[in-house]
Each structure stands twice: as C-alpha cells, then as structure tokens.
Design a protein around this ligand. Structure first.
Ligand SMILES: Cc1cc2nc3c(=O)[nH]c(=O)nc-3n(C[C@H](O)[C@H](O)[C@H](O)COP(=O)(O)OP(=O)(O)OC[C@H]3O[C@@H](n4cnc5c(N)ncnc54)[C@H](O)[C@@H]3O)c2cc1C
Length: 448
C-alpha cells in the first residue's frame, strides 16, 4: 500500500476532564451518568447525533437482560414508562426509539455530563508511565485534543483501546470470522390486530421463557412463510417483526455476512446492501395486499447493527467456562442471564445460528462479569464497558446484550470517577469502595 506522510501540527487542548467516556451507547451513556454522579467532571463523545448507540442510531428497539438490573438501567425503564414509550411489561421489551433519545439526553444533562455529539475519537496517546493521557477527536470544530485522568472505551468496537495500543481479539478464534451485521428498520402502515400472527415476542433468538420462545418461533416462521409467499427470501432466516405501538413495528430481517466492523468500506457496503434488501422485503409484502398493502419504512438505522468488534484484553477474560460453571465473583458488577447466541458466520451455515455454539447451547448458567474484565490490561487508566470488554468469542455472544452493557457502564463510570478523584489507578481501587459508590450513584443490586 502506498502511504502519505501527514504533517505534524499543533492542535488545541480543549479541556482537562476527570473522566472522558468515548462512545455514548447503552454502556457509554450509563458510564458517563455514573461518573458524573460520583463527582467527576465528565465528558462524553459520540459520533452520531444522539445518545444510545444501537438503542437509537441503530433503531434496535428491543432490550434484553434488563429485568434483573437495578440502577441506571431501571431508571431508564422507569423514564420510558413515564412516557408510555415501552411496549408490554415482559422481561425483555420493545420501546420507542425517539423517546429513548430524549430519556438519555435528560439523564446525561441532569447528571452534569458534558455531551459532545457528532464527534469521533480518532487517536489515543499514553504518557511515559503507560497511562492513557490524551484523546484526539474530529468534528465540525476540527481536530482537537482532550486530557483526562481516566478514560472509558465504550465505542462497542474498542476503537480507543486499540488506538492506545491495547491487545485485542476479533472474531472466531480459529477463522477470525465475525457474526453478521443487521440493519434495523421501523415500519408502519399495518395494524397489530391484523398482523398479530406474524409478530414475534422478541428480536434476538435465545430465550429461556417457553411461552416467549413459542411466540418468537411462531411469529418468525409465519413471517418467513409470508415473505416466501411474496417471492422474497430474507438473508436472516428468522425474520422478526416486533410491535412498539399498535401501528409502529421494528423489523430485523437481514444478515450481512463477512463484513468487518473495523473496515469502513465493509460497513458501508453492508449498510447499503441491507437497506436495499429491506426495501425488497417490504415491497414484496406490500404486493400481497391486505394486511400489508400500506406497509411503509419509517426509518432504517443510521448505524447498521454490529454484533461483534474488538474484544479488548482486560485483567480478567470472561470465558465459556464461566458460562458453563455459572461463575461468581467477589467483584461481580453484572449478572448475565442471556444465553449464548452466535448468529451464523456464513450464509451457507444452514441456519440462523452458528454451529459454533452447538456444544454450549444447553449447558450455560447465569454468571457474573467481574470488575476486572472492565479494566484494560495493557494500558493504565483505561476502563472498558459494553461489548468491547474482555471476553472470549462465545462468552461475548451472551454478555453483549444491552441490559448487561448498561450495568457494565454504570460500574465502569463509578470506578473511573473514584480513580480520577483519588489518584488511585482503576485496578488498584479497593473493591469495597467501588461497591459502596455504586450503590450511592443509583441503587444497584450487585450479584452476590
Ligand atoms: C442486529 C442486532 C440485534 C441485537 N439485538 C439485541 C436485542 O434484541 N436486545 C439487546 O439488548 N441487545 C441486542 N443486540 C446486542 C447489542 O445491541 C450490543 O451488543 C450493544 O449495542 C452493546 O452496547 P454498547 O454500548 O457496547 O455498544 P453500541 O450500542 O454499539 O454503542 C457504541 C457507541 O459508540 C459510538 N462510537 C463508536 N466508535 C466511536 C468513536 N471512535 N468515537 C466516538 N463514538 C464512537 C457509536 O456511535 C455508539 O453510539 C443486538 C445487536 C445487533 C447488532
């Protein structure tokens, strides 16, 4: 590859914060709120024009593994309920994406977080003590530098940790293949009472509730038959329609295989392929007449849903063994209930889920994520939250769902604030101090 040597230049240092959170998805937003409530001067960056990540820019509209999470996750659920913006009261639930944007804005602003949207973190620098000291952003304000005592990488893909030089894993341990991306769509022009038979109980595929599982299966199989009746074949063989309101639905019906989350050209072509496929599927259904004749796409996600990015090396790695033995940790910050859910890695794997998970499917138990999995191993002063924490391929497919991401965010935010204000590195903080502060930020039930 030919290269171009960019000229070195002086750039402004905009601010010195206590805590900088990079990425404002479920993990990053809760991290920033928790850090600010713990008394840290906190800055939060996100590349999109809203907080929420896959919850909003990704138009996901379905939250899993939140029912056993107190703390900020429960506050978010309460705020959605106050707006009548949550569908149903089941353990996993759909919600109104626009309401979620407002709820997260308010949480962050009320906590005193300094939020900067439309801003991408593009570089990270360590000092001579191997401590992350500076990140560089690109935005409409140009290229700018920001200093902090502690940073949190909540970019989903582990961008900042990688920029800082942390080791990481990506994809299947043998092949490097990653799970497919999926672009979400919000649909209208149909009525719940007319399409009820095609509506599933949830967007993702693994559940332990038999009623929910049956409803999921029936709804997705009916929708698949209906699409085939229309002469169109979805790339995801469990196409899922879920109801947000009686006339607003979320559709997850495509799998974009072989695209890397850390390759901008892959992400771009996967997004455009997926958007075109959604149009084809919706046009096909509409051609069937009632009840689909007015079916329309309201919006597709501004960000294609990425299941897998980098898994950054931490001071503990969550592994499939943790799932099998139901690991318990004295420094547990999040109890995971969701099972293993590896989506097919290749289109011709013969199903919607990957055979890579077969041996584990029925043998997993609830397990804890310890604080140590949220602390970067290779660079000091850097915490991780959300799907980029330290774990192996199979464990990641379980802990990645957003109820867990939010709980991890809260823990990372509290630890970052304590570290920044006390001068003690995150991995040297006594666990009991983190646990006490976690409870005072927003009541949490730590796994015991
Ligand atoms: C199609 C699909 C369906 C899923 N279904 C479900 C489901 O039904 N329920 C569920 O709970 N979970 C589901 N998941 C899993 C879940 O969405 C993710 O694992 C979850 O988003 C993890 O949250 P996060 O905060 O770590 O990451 P993200 O939601 O990806 O948030 C990362 C944030 O960082 C920002 N960002 C990234 N890079 C930078 C940068 N360099 N600078 C600044 N900002 C940056 C992004 O804009 C984004 O806002 C699904 C995932 C996919 C892809």
């Amino acid at each position: 590859m030919t290269t171009f040597r960019e000229l070195a230049r002086e750039i402004p240092v905009v601010e010195e914060a206590d805590v900088i959170v990079c990425g404002g998805g479920p993990a990053g937003t809760t991290a920033a709120v928790a850090a600010a409530r713990t008394g840290a001067k906190t800055v939060l960056f996100d590349v999109h024009g809203c907080l929420g990540g896959v919850w909003t820019a990704g138009a996901l509209s379905w939250i899993i593994d939140a029912s056993n999470k107190a703390g900020i996750m429960a506050e978010i659920v309460g705020a959605l309920d106050a707006r009548n913006a949550r569908a149903g009261r089941s353990a996993d639930f759909a919600y109104d994406v626009e309401a979620m944007k407002l709820v997260l804005d308010r949480l962050a602003l009320e906590a005193g977080v300094s939020v900067q949207l439309h801003t991408r973190v593009v570089a990270a620098y360590r000092d001579e003590r191997n401590r992350l000291s500076t990140v560089v952003t690109e935005s409409k304000s140009g290229r700018e530098a920001w200093l902090a005592h502690v940073f949190i990488d909540a970019t989903g893909d582990g961008d900042v940790a990688a920029q800082a030089g942390c080791g990481f894993d990506l994809g299947h341990p043998e092949t490097g293949q990653t799970q497919p991306m999926s672009l979400m769509a919000l649909l209208t022009g149909i009525e719940l009472d007319e399409v009820d038979a095609f509506v599933a109980g949830g967007l993702e595929t693994t559940t332990t509730d038999p009623d929910h599982a049956a409803r999921f299966r029936d709804g997705t199989l009916n929708l698949l038959s209906e699409l085939r009746r229309a002469g169109v074949e979805p790339s995801y063989t469990r196409p899922t329609l879920c109801s947000i309101y009686a006339d607003l639905f979320a559709l997850m019906a495509n799998h974009q295989y072989g695209a890397s989350a850390i390759d901008a050209r892959d992400v771009s072509s996967a997004t455009m392929r997926a958007r075109s496929e959604i149009d084809e599927l919706v046009t096909g259904l509409r051609s069937l007449g009632r009840p689909w004749d007015d079916l329309r796409v309201v919006a597709t996600g501004a960000q294609i849903g990425v299941r897998e990015g980098r898994r950054i090396h931490g001071r503990y790695q969550v592994t499939e063994d943790d799932l099998v033995r139901g690991a318990r940790h004295q420094d547990g910050v999040c109890r995971v209930r969701f099972g293993v859910d590896v989506h097919a890695l290749l289109r011709d794997e013969g199903g919607f889920q990957s055979r890579a998970q077969d041996r584990l499917e029925t043998r997993t138990r609830e397990y804890d994520i310890p604080m140590r999995a949220l602390i970067a191993r290779d660079v000091d002063g850097l915490l991780l939250a959300g799907r980029c924490i330290s774990g192996d391929f199979l464990a990641h497919s379980s802990y990645r769902v957003t109820g867990n991401a939010a709980a991890m965010g809260q823990a990372a935010g509290v630890a970052a604030a304590l570290s920044a204000t006390s001068g003690v590195l995150p991995h040297e903080l006594p666990w009991h101090e983190i646990a006490e502060a976690l409870a005072s930020v927003s009541p949490v039930e730590l796994p015991m």
